[in-house]
Design a protein around this ligand. Structure first.
Ligand code: SF4
Ligand code: SF4
Length: 444
């Protein structure tokens, strides 16, 4: 008799994403794999509270004639897939059956495959293609006259009603403002490649900031805070001469050709920076994860992708790596009091530990409480009319914790999640990114 172990004593591994093989897009093969994994999940149900994908699956099973996965119509599988926004939490925090376990369950990457098949069949809304074209939308909305129109439309009830009826973008969801003076325009002077850094551990001590679409067009101030903190730590900063979206929104849509296009634009530029000794930091954890994990899994044989991945860091991970070698400035001028922040999913799955908490805790007179729950934002999930209510249900426990904490500051490692949480609290704009708090503590 063969015994199947529950869980694995070995560290989880992630298999490469075989997105170039014809089998990847074969619908019968996909449905067979979905049925296999859904059946394991039905018998396990650990992930029921993580997001809306699992309750949707379990409801389908419980309402089927057989009360098993074989009773669920294959055409209904997509209802589960649509609720997954690839946060990766089920894989990283709950699932005992991830590889090397013989059951080989990688729920998020199976959802990614299903999204890619759906996209290849053209079953994707024009709205979703537009919402995920973050650099195109940002650059159009950043044109001065267009910018006024976009921001005015998005900030009045009539405009939002119109956007809801035409685009099915929920009129109560928080939408970001667009800036004409983007981060990359404000800091043109930083495209300077001659600076010298002081290495510490694996870090080179000079940083190229990947500004990210959101950090460039929507919240450039957070990137300014990052630049200010780095320079205060004696770390020269530059920007890449060119930058495209990292590709994460397109990955979440299943548009893998668009991910490939973004990769072909970004990787040569970032590789050239890495060759000159620059490390790469980004303020949005999803963009860091894209370069650290998803692209290396999509291109396992591409050395440039791997080399860039080895030099991409979360900002707090970077500061603390240097702190180990006495190279972090700890001459803080102000205490922060009580801080509560949400550790975003895409930062948690980087497996770097609680670096934000550890860095903020270095500030005297500061206590830090971490919330390890999803905000339900995902960049686009929270704004879509059909998913907005589910997103607000997911964020509610996070908002409740913050309300109870009565802290001096709250925020999230993900600027979008922070804004979504503040919106759920009815306190739009009160969120502060942890890097902004560090700047505040330095008195800069
Ligand atoms: S990756 Fe995230 S959203 Fe997708 S099924 Fe897992 S927990 Fe839910
Ligand atoms: S993803 Fe893993 S832990 Fe989550 S319900 Fe499925 S089998 Fe269970």
């Amino acid at each position: 008799m063969t015994m199947t172990r529950e869980g694995s004593l070995e560290a989880p591994i992630r298999h490469p994403i075989d997105w170039r093989s014809p089998e990847f897009y074969d619908e019968d093969s996909l449905n067979a794999e979905l049925e296999r994994v859904f059946d394991i999940c039905h018998g396990c149900r650990r992930c029921v509270s993580l997001c809306q994908a699992f309750p949707t699956l379990f409801d389908l099973v419980d309402e089927s004639e057989t009360l098993e996965v074989d009773g669920v119509a294959k055409t209904d599988y997509v209802k589960v897939v649509d609720h997954c926004y690839l946060c990766d939490l089920c894989y990283m925090t709950k699932c005992p059956y991830v590889p090397p376990h013989e059951w080989n369950v990688d729920f998020p990457h199976l959802m990614l495959r299903a999204k890619a098949v759906k996209f290849s069949k053209g079953q994707v809304k024009a709205r979703d293609k537009l919402l995920t074209s973050t650099d195109l939308v940002g650059s159009l909305a950043g044109i001065p006259v267009v910018n006024g129109l976009v921001n005015a439309t998005l900030s009045n009830a009539v405009g939002r009603g119109l956007v809801e009826s035409v685009m099915r973008v929920d009129k109560t969801a928080r939408l970001p403002r667009y800036h004409t003076d983007t981060l990359r325009k404000r800091h043109r002077h930083l495209v300077n490649r001659k600076a010298q850094g002081e290495g510490a551990g694996p870090t080179t001590g000079k940083v190229a900031v990947f500004t990210t679409c959101y950090g460039n067009y929507n919240e450039p101030d957070v990137n300014e805070d990052l630049i200010s903190v780095l320079e205060h730590n004696g770390i020269p900063v530059t920007l890449a001469a060119e930058e495209r979206c990292c590709g994460m929104p397109k990955l979440e849509l299943g548009d893998l050709e668009a991910v490939d296009k973004a990769k072909r634009a970004n990787i040569p530029v970032l590789k050239a920076l890495v060759d000159e000794g620059w490390d790469v930091l980004a303020i949005v954890p999803s963009c860091v994860l894209m370069f650290k994990q998803e692209l290396p899994l999509m291109y396992p044989d591409d050395h440039d992708v791997q080399e860039v991945a080895d030099h991409v860091y979360d900002p707090f991970e970077y500061l603390l790596l240097r702190h180990k070698h006495g190279k972090m400035n700890t001459a803080f001028q102000k205490s922060l009091g009580k801080v509560i922040y949400q550790a975003s999913c895409h930062q948690r799955v980087q497996n770097i530990g609680q670096k934000t908490r550890d860095a903020l805790s270095l500030v005297p007179g500061t206590t830090v409480e971490t919330i390890e729950r999803c905000s339900g934002h995902d960049g686009t999930y929270a704004v879509k009319q059909e998913f907005h209510a589910a997103s607000m249900k997911i964020v509610r426990p996070v908002a409740n914790r913050i309300q109870k904490a009565e802290a001096d500051h709250f925020g999230s490692d993900c600027p979008m999640a922070g804004a979504h949480i503040a919106h759920a609290l009815g306190e739009d704009g009160r969120q502060q990114h942890p890097i902004s708090l560090l700047r505040l503590a330095y008195g800069l």
